[in-house]
Design a binder for this molecule. Structure first.
Ligand code: FE2
Length: 459
């Protein structure tokens, strides 16, 4: 069976292009100035063995918006791993579903940087979900600038503080600890500490407030017997509490205060803030993160089940005075890949924008939904056969209100194989996109995205 994550909307593209986009509906807002950038896997060459959607080399797709004009470009992130394979002329790594004993010594997986993209210190950082270096990319040219010198490793979903300019990061691996640290706006190290865990863990995100960092110890961890075969396999331990660790942003790992919550996994937090003696965390909670394999998917069944994401908006409240954790389900809609106004990160915020997930065989996003203080207030479906990308919030130039701005997303019409950039008014997403512009190349389905304001924005 061919891997469905190499076909149709997931099939890689092999050209890097620059193009001015043609508006086919609506108008480009004149008060939108900056660059929308989306990361995702785009395997440049086939590797031996089974393929996993997470394996592909990183490709960035970007649209620069200025004076009502839209300029598109797509570029590979030229990582050391991709450079090594280019030089060799063939794949050097096998994918995540194969034994890592085949891979270059000391590099059990390929550090593609294909997962996350964020703006920090005026440059884009692309990060890999199991950790790696922070690959630096120029937001306008999409030229890869090399790796940040420090820290040596970080996971996807490091966080930029819009007020201090600091970067808060974490990292983990096959060891019973995780690393947490802080750099300044230039990437210079300010703080790093090790946090003890009950065993190896696989956190995917963290959060922060003005004074605290929030780390996650969730009951999903690698299967030890699989590690003996040098393979990646994980289990969900549904009777083991989730734990959220709170420490001062420059605190020592030994000072983490752990709060237990109902068993779950969390791919993505929306935001966190302080409320009196409490820390509030809003995120997307999975109560069945591993899923049930469908025998029809053959050797891909486990990976396919893991990728069928089901998550719902949820709020946890950690009382630092009493040590109590309370939690509340906020919605029953399957929606993930949340975005928000990055200027409010770590501070009390009201609005989140997620993509909705249909019950399809492969992971797709079929619409956008807006939340106001945990309430679902607006929603728009992309339409039959049309699937989109994470939709970051872009503040309107001169905006003073939290939701005064736009959402941008690439969509693919899977029937026509054509892609468009859609822009929504974040205050009226139910009305549908206010701009549709044709992209002269297909933009494959991907992972995370960001908005890089022309003014520099969040640090
Ligand atoms: Fe992620």
């Amino acid at each position: 069976m061919e891997d469905p994550y190499l076909l149709g909307p997931y099939a890689p593209v092999d050209e890097e292009i620059d193009a001015t986009l043609t508006v086919v509906a609506g108008e480009v807002p004149r008060d939108l100035h900056g660059t929308y950038v989306r990361n995702g896997p785009n395997p440049k060459r086939a590797a031996e063995g089974l393929h996993h959607w997470f394996d592909g080399d990183a490709m960035l797709h970007a649209v620069h918006v200025e004076d009502g004009q839209l300029r598109y470009k797509n570029r590979y992130v030229r990582t050391p791993a991709l450079a090594a394979e280019d030089e060799a002329g063939h794949a050097l790594w096998r994918g995540l579903m194969e034994s890592w004993s085949h891979n270059p010594k000391g590099q059990p997986y390929k550090d593609t940087g294909n997962t996350d993209v964020l703006l920090h210190g005026g440059e884009l950082l692309t990060l890999h979900y199991i950790g790696g270096v922070a690959h630096r990319v120029d937001p306008r040219s999409l030229e890869t600038l090399g790796a940040r010198a420090t820290p040596a490793r970080m996971s996807a979903h490091a966080k930029a503080d819009p007020v201090t300019g600091e970067l808060l990061y974490f990292d983990y691996g096959p060891r019973p600890t995780m690393t947490y640290g802080v750099t300044d706006a230039s990437g210079a190290p300010l703080h790093q500490t090790s946090v003890a865990l009950p065993g190896p863990r696989l956190p995917h995100d963290m959060a922060f407030t003005e004074r605290y960092a929030i780390l996650m110890d969730l009951p999903v961890w690698p299967r030890p017997e699989a590690a003996i075969e040098r393979k990646w396999m994980v289990d969900f331990h549904r009777d083991t509490p989730a734990r959220f660790g709170i420490l001062p942003r420059r605190g020592d790992g030994a000072d983490v205060r752990w709060f237990e919550a109902d068993p779950c996994y969390v791919y993505h937090a929306v935001n966190a803030w302080e409320d009196g003696d409490a820390v509030v965390l809003v995120g997307c909670r999975c109560d069945d993160p591993i899923g049930t394999p469908d025998p029809a998917d053959g050797r891909l069944a486990t990976a396919m089940a893991n990728l069928r994401l089901r998550a719902h908006l949820h709020r946890w409240r950690f009382d630092l005075a009493t040590g109590a954790c309370t939690e509340e389900a906020l919605d029953d809609l399957n929606a993930e890949f949340p975005t928000m106004n990055a200027d409010f990160a770590g501070r009390r915020s009201r609005f989140g924008y997620h993509v909705t997930i249909p019950d399809t065989r492969t992971l797709r996003f079929d619409g956008v939904v807006k939340y106001d203080d945990g309430r679902r207030v607006a929603r728009h479906a992309f339409g039959d056969g049309v699937y989109g990308s994470e939709a970051p919030f872009a503040p309107r130039v001169g905006a003073t209100e939290e939701d005064d701005g736009y959402l941008l997303t690439f969509v693919q019409d899977t029937r026509a194989g054509a892609s468009e950039l859609w822009i929504y008014d974040a205050r009226a997403i139910e009305r549908g996109p206010i701009t549709k512009a044709r992209v002269p190349a297909r933009v494959p389905a991907g992972f995370h995205a960001t908005w890089a304001p022309a003014t520099g924005g969040a640090s």
